[in-house]
Design a protein around this ligand. Structure first.
Ligand SMILES: CC(C)(COP(=O)(O)OP(=O)(O)OC[C@H]1O[C@@H](n2cnc3c(N)ncnc32)[C@H](O)[C@@H]1OP(=O)(O)O)[C@@H](O)C(=O)NCCC(=O)NCCS
Length: 190
């Protein structure tokens, strides 16, 4: 039995999934990945101010299939090939932009998210891109602070590309208040 980390980050139970590998998602897994994102969002119930996110919209199956076709939609699969988490990204300008990353609730805190992001960084480097970018919540422990530990830095307002400015504006209009959000960047091939 595995369980979610408490807010201090200490795992309650230590046995995570074994034989985890990162591979490209398959088209027939799109609906499963939507379910994984719904499961992952249960983590937000730990924080009252963000608990509404636990029942929010998820990335569509159609978007999963589009990013799978582009070769930028990866899953963390267990030893029997079952997806437990995913990272969806797209190439935008000279960046690989992470659109969404989710690990099913019961499998969080066992390093799958870290593996997925490291894979995305390696892929961006192999494509000769300049950076990996994302937008996220500033204060949620498994968002901005986690990405900072992986080498991402918060972009100041003056550093935003037009693409990231547009994205932050759209998120704000969709109810993800800019006050709570940040854009982050990790340079690759530096
Ligand atoms: C973000 C997410 C994908 C990370 O996946 P994961 O498999 O749990 O990632 P890891 O186990 O590699 O690491 C999670 C990190 O967050 C920290 N963390 C996780 N839950 C935590 C909690 N409740 N309190 C404090 N820290 C926590 C862990 O300590 C770990 O940090 P470390 O590796 O530097 O020690 C996963 O937590 C998730 O799906 N969350 C819900 C959806 C979400 O927030 N998506 C990202 C939107 S930008």
């Amino acid at each position: 039995m595995v369980t979610q980390l408490p807010l201090d980050g200490a795992p309650l139970v230590k046995n995570g999934p074994t034989g985890v590998t990162i591979r490209l998602a398959r088209n027939d897994e799109a609906e499963t990945l939507c379910q994984i994102e719904r499961s992952a969002a249960q983590a937000f119930r730990l924080i009252e101010a963000f608990s509404w996110l636990s029942v929010g919209d998820v990335q569509s199956a159609e978007t999963h299939r589009r990013l799978t076709a582009a070769g930028t939609n990866w899953v963390a699969a267990d030893g029997s090939g079952r997806p437990l988490g995913f990272l969806s990204a797209e190439v935008a300008d000279e960046d690989l932009h992470i659109c969404e990353i989710s690990v099913s609730h019961l499998h969080q805190g066992f390093g799958l998210g870290r593996k997925l992001i490291e894979h995305a960084i390696e892929n961006a480097a192999a494509r000769g891109l300049e950076a990996v970018t994302l937008t996220t919540f500033r204060t949620i422990p498994w968002n901005c602070p986690f990405y900072e530990r992986l080498g991402f830095r918060i972009l100041e307002d003056g550093e935003f590309s037009p693409r990231l400015t547009d994205l932050m504006d759209r998120e704000d209009a969709d109810g993800l208040s800019r006050d709570t959000r940040c854009a982050m960047r990790l340079d690759v091939n530096a």
